[in-house]
Design a protein around this ligand. Structure first.
Ligand SMILES: [Zn+2]
Length: 147
């Protein structure tokens, strides 16, 4: 967290009343950020209210950010990609795309893939994967998927 009242090293002594406003593009840790500094809140406000100039800055930063990402070979996460740790808790598809079926009225019905992390028992903390009957048929018990 940047102290908005912090003076820059070597900055003019009179700069200690300066105001900094930082604008992040999005909540991600890798979000580009625009920092507007002014001698007073009013000065910062004046700069921020110059929407034409600010939009230009935003566009330029966005373009630069995209260029930097392309340069680094980092592509935007694919739709549906799990951000962060890759925890399987919300996964709706088997990691290898495996599917299981059970039969209802002579038809193959795809089972529902579920996964999570065991909270208790001897497997506590371990990932589990299973396929449940999509229709909740009690004659079709959960099939555990183990490595
Ligand atoms: Zn079933």
């Amino acid at each position: 967290m940047t102290n908005p009242f912090e003076t820059e090293q070597g900055g003019p002594a009179t700069d200690n009343s300066g105001v900094t406003a930082s604008v992040k593009f999005h909540a991600g840790y890798d979000s580009p950020m625009i920092v507007v500094k002014g001698g007073s809140a009013r000065q910062v406000l004046t700069m921020l209210e110059d929407t034409e100039a600010m939009n230009g800055v935003v566009d330029a930063v966005a373009a630069l950010d995209k260029y930097a990402h392309d340069k680094a070979g980092v592509s935007a996460p694919a739709p549906g990609a799990k951000p962060g740790s890759g925890r399987p808790a919300s996964a709706t598809q088997h990691p290898t795309g495996k599917k299981m079926y059970c039969e209802h009225d002579g038809q193959q019905v795809e089972r529902v893939y579920k996964s999570g992390v065991a909270k208790s028992g001897k497997n506590a903390g371990k990932e589990w994967r299973a396929f449940d009957c999509a229709r909740g048929d009690e004659n079709h018990p959960r099939i555990w998927d183990r490595d």
